[in-house]
Design a protein around this ligand. Structure first.
Ligand code: FES
Length: 526
């Protein structure tokens, strides 16, 4: 099996029974904030795009690059489609000209022509990607590969049960706006960033240990930031709180925990994976490439500047009445929302900075009051500050997912009272009736689900499944004193009270093993 690195989470898998192109991403994403790193725009995409199958793991714009798919990927390719709750991905791909779809039944092995086997695991909670993320397992001629991508299944046993895996490709770096955009003192930001960076690596080691593949390929990040306004997010400034470590840092950190089987794929690297080993060739020596990272980024920044400027010029739509449009689009959704609105539990304020860089219009999305209105000097749960032009653009194009556009762009700052609130972001990625209904239904189901099984962990009896996204705490739970940390996403719980210390709601059921009376059962929302 041949795996060609094509940048970020993208790869081309070649076997004698057919080829699969995964997640080709070249054009900048999220308001021209993210670019693939290392640069992959100079690859021979005309050739790479002539494939038998296309797999797009999910709709995040650093995985689903509509312009590139349209221009470069053969429309004769059969799309291997994850079983997502909405038809958005299929609809978008059909609109680009794809006509052949294989709807892979979730978590079932499918045999394609010539003995090529695949299995797709789709994750479908409202917090998984833009309503859905997925991983692809491939087997041909005894060689097995898992492209886990940036998906976060609770564990990898499903794949491990299919036989020993030879190549495991997974995310290790950051892909979020936290903590950089928060209006915090620099020392606090650095401390939070460092915690996050450590947690990302811990999670990666756990997945690697779960699967015990012969070879581990760090993929799906980091992106690079080429706009001058975002340049500081590149991990080139010696900031230990930077959440975007690159593949060379991965190798160094992996070595510290005893990892010796890591393989970095640059764009154009080719790995031949067999049951007995892997040999890899690179377009330039990997160490040399990373030694020259700053020069690579600076050269790329100059080359891409016109693209960024052209994108920026398209954002302003002064004809859009932002308050009126937000009211029109968001208020009906607030009316429909029970769980998300209750979960947010307070007003969320948007401070929109005008074209002059100074004037500010403050708009509140009032979740308890179910209305969008001017800010009225009140306390708010979250405050976001961004350019008015960005919101104008989102309203102009009818964007239904502000996470997959505004928030991932990192072109905003934020402040909040209290803990992280996942419902805020879940709501702003569900700005369509279809998405909102799905998310509401999902929370409803999980609210009702009785998770009765308990386990004993370091002297505590605790519910087996994490209140966040159901990770098995017998594998992911770490107890330190009275605190339990679920290592899948790093959420913390105070066990005596059951309180979640990371996010609103999500109480855990726990009591000391030697105590008679258990604490009251947890509630999903409080
Ligand atoms: S499943 Fe996310 S922190 Fe436990």
């Amino acid at each position: 099996m041949r795996v060609t690195g094509t940048g970020h989470a993208s790869m081309r898998i070649d076997t004698a029974a057919g080829s699969i192109l995964c997640d080709p991403w070249v054009n900048p994403a999220y308001f021209a904030s993210w670019f693939p790193f290392p640069d992959n725009s100079l690859l021979d995409w005309d050739t790479l795009g002539q494939v038998d199958y296309l797999y797009v793991s999910h709709l995040h714009r650093d995985h689903f690059d509509a312009a590139h798919l349209k221009r470069y990927v053969s429309k004769d390719a059969t799309v291997l489609l994850p079983e997502f709750p909405t038809s958005e991905m299929e609809d978008e791909l059909r609109a680009l000209g794809f006509t052949k779809f294989l709807k892979a039944p979730n978590e079932q092995v499918v045999e394609l022509d010539g003995g090529l086997k695949i299995m797709i695991q789709a994750l479908t909670s409202p917090t998984d990607g833009p309503i859905g993320d997925s991983s692809l397992w491939v087997e041909y001629d005894g060689v097995r590969l898992l492209n886990q991508n940036d998906a976060r299944p609770t564990d990898l046993s499903l794949f491990a049960e299919l036989g020993h895996v030879h190549a495991h490709l997974l995310q290790f770096s950051g892909a979020i706006w936290y903590p950089m955009v928060y209006e915090l003192p620099q020392a606090a930001k650095t401390a939070f960033g460092k915690q996050k960076r450590d947690r990302q690596f811990d999670r990666t080691w756990r997945y690697i240990d779960d699967l015990k593949a012969d070879h581990v390929f760090p993929i799906a990040g980091p992106p690079c930031f080429l706009d001058d306004a975002l340049w500081q997010f590149n991990d080139i400034h010696g900031d230990e709180g930077n959440i975007f470590p690159d593949q060379s840092v991965f190798l160094a950190e992996y070595a510290k925990v005893g990892g010796t089987n890591g393989i970095v794929l640059l764009p154009g690297s080719v790995a031949e994976v067999t049951t007995s080993g892997a040999s890899t060739t690179h377009p330039v020596p990997v160490e040399e490439f990373f030694a020259n990272k700053v020069a690579h980024l600076e050269e790329m920044r100059e080359r891409k500047r016109p693209i960024i400027e052209a994108e920026k010029a398209s954002w302003r739509h002064p004809e859009v009445d932002v308050l009126g449009e937000m009211k029109r689009r968001i208020e009906p959704l607030l009316d429909e929302s029970i769980y998300l609105a209750k979960g947010v539990g307070g007003p969320v304020r948007f401070d929109l900075v005008g074209y002059d860089g100074e004037s500010v219009e403050s708009i509140v999305v009032d979740f308890p009051g179910k209305e969008v209105r001017p800010y009225a000097d009140e306390k708010v749960r979250y405050r976001f500050r961004t350019e008015r032009a960005l919101i104008e653009h989102l309203l102009h194009i009818g964007e239904v997912d502000w996470v997959n556009s505004l928030f991932l762009s990192c072109r905003f700052s934020a402040a909040r009272i209290g803990q992280y609130n996942e419902f805020v972001y879940a709501f702003f990625k569900c700005l369509s009736t279809e998405r909102l209904q799905y998310a509401e239904g999902w929370y409803d189901e999980h609210e009702r689900a009785v998770d009765a099984e308990d386990i004993t962990l370091d002297g505590w009896v605790v519910q087996r499944r994490c209140p966040h996204l159901k990770a098995d705490l017998s594998r992911f739970g770490i107890v330190e004193g009275d605190q339990l940390t679920c290592q899948l996403h790093g959420w913390k719980f105070d066990m005596p009270s059951g309180r979640c210390l990371t996010s609103v709601g999500h109480k855990i059921r726990a009591h000391r093993a030697d105590a008679d009376t258990p604490a009251p059962a947890g509630e999903a929302l409080s």
